[in-house]
Design a protein around this ligand. Structure first.
Ligand code: MN3
Length: 204
């Protein structure tokens, strides 16, 4: 088996009260594990692809054999997206972005609040299941976007540095239908140091 569930960098209850322990546990042990298991299952049909890094498979979806393209997109996307998601959150996170990413957010959006407002609107208007993203585009510029389902920004020529999972499985136990409350709470757990590290890894 090639892919394994990466270890969670904190305890299930670390992000309470913003994200509850039960949601974290199910999200990580059931949903993320499911993407990993099904990604491995798909790759069994094309072992020649097992040597390629996942980000490369997601960046070149159109070259993936027909019979597993959708599985790579959904399950591979799910694995990639959640692997990023866990790391851009932390206990006692939140606050203002620091470093280069903080500077460039202000440069591009004017104020942190203006950035947050645009990101929130993007997350709120994802219809059904999907993600809101902050990525680096081909020109090296920060861009806010969304993807449906488990589509990765990598498949759209973007390099994601921060993402918010707005599938109901990410919030329904605690917030039920109140996605805006979940989105607002999430800003309290962002690990800006990790976002900065992701950003620098793509622009330097
Ligand atoms: Mn999820």
């Amino acid at each position: 088996m090639k892919y394994v569930l990466p270890s969670l960098p904190y305890a299930f209850d670390a992000l309470e009260p913003y994200i509850d322990a039960r949601t974290m546990e199910i999200h990580y042990t059931k949903h993320h594990q499911g993407y990993v298991t099904n990604l491995n299952k798909a790759l069994e049909k094309h072992p020649e692809l097992s040597d390629k890094p996942l980000f490369e498979l997601l960046q070149t979806l159109d070259t993936i054999p027909d019979d597993i393209r959708l599985a790579i997109r959904n399950q591979g996307g799910g694995h990639s997206n959640h692997s990023l998601f866990w790391h851009i959150m932390q206990k006692n996170g939140g606050g203002l972005p620091r470093g280069k990413v903080g500077q460039d957010i202000i440069k591009l959006f004017g104020t942190f609040d203006a950035f947050k407002e645009q990101f929130n609107a993007t997350a709120q208007t994802v219809f059904g299941s999907g993600w809101a993203w902050l990525s680096v585009d081909a020109a090296g510029k920060l861009v806010i976007s969304s993807t449906p389902n488990q589509d990765s920004p990598l498949s759209h020529g973007l390099l994601p540095i921060m993402g918010l999972d707005v599938w109901e499985h990410a919030y329904y136990l605690h917030y039920q239908n109140r996605r805006p409350d979940y989105i607002n709470a999430w800003w309290h757990v962002i690990n800006w140091d990790q976002v900065e590290e992701n950003y620098r890894s793509f622009i330097e």
